[in-house]
Write a protein that binds this ligand. Structure first.
Ligand code: C2E
Ligand code: CA
Ligand code: CA
Length: 732
């Protein structure tokens, strides 16, 4: 009788422990990766069974899928993690199922048991494409590793269960299994005089508590439970005895004989007799002290900015979402202050990164000191900070907070080196409104920040009706861009690129044009800004590349320059596309120039470097556009192995105004040549500018003087538009 009851309890413990572990693991995965959901798959015959699910997608516990043809099955078989960028286009996984449960991208890692064998697969999922990167794979592996301790416990419990099943049905056999279990086990008596006293304990538990069997048997829970956990323990026992629950898992702290706290993951079940009277409380405990500490650290890492210790983007998003959810009246609003240090990049570049870091840490401290209670201070990366303020009464209140912040930051910072730097800030402010999402609030603050910077920095700007109107127009532009990208109405204009020495047209630059509602062609700057912001720029660049190469195929000689956003390069695949398109049209890749703005390269991303190297390997020439506007040093640009640079129009326009203005351009030309880069000057409008550039040894010129962008791809080389050659001849 007793054995049967014990087995029943043991079986319940085994299932509950395993399910709890699976669920806790999913929660940790969602938390650490900021994923929209997580799933644990366990093998069952030829199938996989969903053991736990967290998040709003359509997977359900207990549903099955074949191991074959699923990524989870693959991870189970190989023991290696996998990332799926687009489940609808990845033939390693079932697109139909993924579409049904609303999973578009995922990252999967194995969950391992005590001896390292793969026992299940943990997946973090998202409804959007390419939501996870390489670091997410590493983070998830860490989560899986931490889950290992609990998993070991669950497995040990299940193992104990199996041992019991296999053994003859005798009480001695149960005792043997109990005594030799690898996890700590205790049995409390629940009847008569033994009530609440320890009647049996195994060696693993003795080790965990640092006491012998003799010392332990006959004692009660409070004798070896952490004082703060005694009440919770008693409440749990009440619940179990009242029959509300038959088995429960929980975190609990024990007291080791040395006085040290041992944190355990415990599963308990009541063993009852046939009449349902409780006889014993059997508990399994596993020491997870080290793991929990690591988990805490991981949680901290996942939610804070490493440099400053402030909240990071993930935590901020949670706080904004939570803040917006509270019902607020007109005089209780949430204010988001988005803050950017003016010219921080200059400090970083001239004084070095360690000084930049020192400054950021100091800024963080000052923000914390002026933030009022209940505010969240976050760093989003670089020199971008956020102050999220609760209970703001209105615009004036928010502006007052901004003024305090600005004043605190304006105080000079004395660096460790003894040097002093002074740093002002630009602040964009947005207030919550009914129906606003967290993204909206952030976008509003971002638009306001733009305005603050535009107005000359060192000031705060509020998102208001004017900006709202601009946001609407932005949406309108986005709509037009999307339409143009799908209906093929994009147009291209070409502007001649002229060799300074020969005066001959050596090629053209392709510039995109958008048809506007009246059928006229719109210049791209506004639209490109929208494209960059929405990620549509990748599609735009791909379409332009296709056009450009098709145009080149129609002419026999000459170069064609295309503009490419750093985003297209960072996404990877651009070089492969160039290779494919040039092959398809039979065009020599060496006729292609790829222009990337200096701004896009400031954030050195290895993916960009890789793309540039791949393009170089194809024979494509790469260069920096708008050079001089992004404060980058030439030496720093050298690591990109570029072929040319284009001096920004703003420098060309100032030529001839002062000796100093000329000297800047001359320095750029000389330095570029010292680094074997070809120099192009853009925006050349006057013969005087051209003369100066020629005298400085500039290689190529482009501008209205030589030719405006036009829908015609003009001829190149000798015989090219005579007008051009004439205009390029030295004057006077
Ligand atoms: P950009 O690459 O610096 O292109 C030069 C811009 O200066 C063009 O403006 C051109 O029309 C204009 N320009 C040329 N010569 C002169 C001159 O003598 N005086 C003056 N005042 N302006 C001159 P546009 O066509 O409006 O292009 C603006 C920017 O849009 C481009 O600047 C480029 O960064 C971006 N862009 C254009 N096409 C594409 C594209 O296909 N992909 C990407 N990612 N960006 C593009
Ligand atoms: Ca360009
Ligand atoms: Ca340019």
């Amino acid at each position: 009788m007793l054995v049967a009851a014990l087995r029943g309890a043991q079986r319940r413990i085994a299932t509950a422990a395993a399910d709890d572990v699976a669920r806790a693991t999913c929660l940790a995965a969602v938390d650490v990766l900021a994923a929209s959901g997580a799933i644990v798959h366990a093998p069952d015959g030829d199938d996989l069974v969903v053991r736990a699910v967290v998040g709003g997608h359509g997977a359900t516990v207990g549903s099955r899928l074949p191991r074959e043809g699923s990524l989870a099955g693959r991870v189970l078989a190989t023991g290696r993690g996998e990332t799926c960028r687009d489940a609808l286009a990845d033939d390693r996984t079932d697109a139909v199922r993924n579409a049904r449960i609303g999973v578009r991208s995922s990252v999967l890692v194995p969950l391992r048991g005590a001896t390292g064998e793969v026992v299940a697969v943990l997946a973090a999922v998202s409804a959007s494409e390419a939501a996870f990167g390489d670091t997410d794979l590493d983070l998830l592996a860490l989560v899986a590793d931490l889950a290992g301790a609990r998993l070991t416990h669950a497995l040990a419990v299940a193992q104990g269960q199996r041992t019991l099943d296999r053994l003859a049905e005798s009480e001695e056999d149960f005792r043997a299994a109990f005594d030799h279990a690898p996890t700590g086990m205790t049995m409390l008596g629940l009847t008569g005089a033994s009530r609440g006293r320890l009647v049996r304990v195994n060696t693993a538990m003795c080790r965990l508590l640092g006491r012998s069997t003799e010392e332990l048997v006959g004692t009660t829970l409070p004798d070896w439970t952490h004082t703060d956990d005694v009440a919770a323990d008693e409440a749990r026992l009440e619940r179990l005895l009242a029959g509300h629950e038959r088995v429960i898992s929980y975190d609990k702290r024990y007291r080791h004989s040395s006085g040290r706290t041992v944190r355990c993951w415990v599963t308990s079940a009541v063993v009852s007799d046939d009449a349902g009277r409780p006889l014993h409380l059997v508990s399994h405990a596993i020491d997870v002290t080290a793991r929990l500490e690591a988990e805490g650290e991981l949680h901290r890492l996942a939610h804070s900015d490493v440099l400053t210790g402030l909240a990071n983007r993930a935590l901020l998003s949670e706080r904004i979402a939570a803040g917006l959810q509270q019902r607020r009246g007109d005089a209780d609003r949430l204010a988001l202050l988005l803050l950017d240090l003016d010219r921080f990049k200059l400090v970083n570049d001239t004084l070095g990164h360690h000084v930049g870091d020192e400054l950021l840490v100091e800024v963080a401290a000052r923000l914390l000191s002026v933030a009022r209670g209940g505010s969240t201070v976050a760093r989003l990366g670089g020199d971008e900070f956020v102050l999220l303020v609760e209970q703001v009464t209105g615009a004036d209140d928010a502006l007052a907070v901004a003024a305090r912040v600005a004043a605190a930051l304006r105080e000079p910072v004395v660096l460790g080196s003894g040097d002093t730097v002074t740093c002002t800030s630009s602040i964009g402010i947005a207030l919550s409104e009914p129906g606003l999402s967290a993204e909206d609030l952030y976008r509003h603050a971002d638009l306001a920040l733009y305005r603050a910077k535009d107005a000359g920095r060192d000031r705060a700007a509020l998102f208001d009706d004017e900006l709202r109107a601009r946001a609407v127009s932005r949406l309108d532009r986005e709509g037009r861009l999307r339409r143009a990208l799908t209906d093929g109405s994009l147009r291209v204009e070409h502007q001649p690129l002229v060799d300074v020495l020969t005066g001959l047209v050596v090629g053209h630059e392709a510039l995109v044009r958008f048809p506007d509602p009246e059928g006229a062609l719109t210049l791209p700057t506004d639209v490109i800004e929208v494209a960059e912001g929405t990620g549509l720029v990748t599609t735009l660049d791909a379409q332009l590349l296709e056009r450009a190469v098709a145009d080149l195929a129609g002419t026999s000689t000459g170069l064609l320059a295309v503009n490419v956003s750093g985003r297209s390069l960072a996404d990877g695949g651009y070089a492969a596309r160039v290779a494919e398109v040039t092959r398809r049209y039979g065009v020599d890749p060496a006729r292609l120039l790829v222009e990337v703005t200096e701004h896009s390269l400031l954030e050195v991303r290895s993916a960009v470097t890789d793309s540039l190297a791949e393009l170089a390997a194809l024979g494509v020439r790469t260069g920096i556009d708008d050079f001089g506007t992004g404060y980058s040093a030439l030496a720093y640009l050298r690591r990109f192995r570029l072929d040319f640079l284009k001096i920004d129009r703003s420098f060309v326009t100032r030529l001839g105004r002062s000796a100093r203005d000329d000297a800047v351009v001359r320095a750029i030309v000389d330095l570029a040549h010292a680094h074997d880069l070809t120099v192009t000057a853009e925006g050349v409008e006057t013969p005087l500018q051209l003369d100066r550039l020629r005298a400085m040894g500039c290689d190529r010129v482009q501008g209205y003087l030589m030719g405006r962008p036009s829908s015609l791809l003009g001829p190149v080389g000798p015989g090219s538009e005579r007008g051009v050659a004439e205009r390029v001849q030295p004057t006077g």
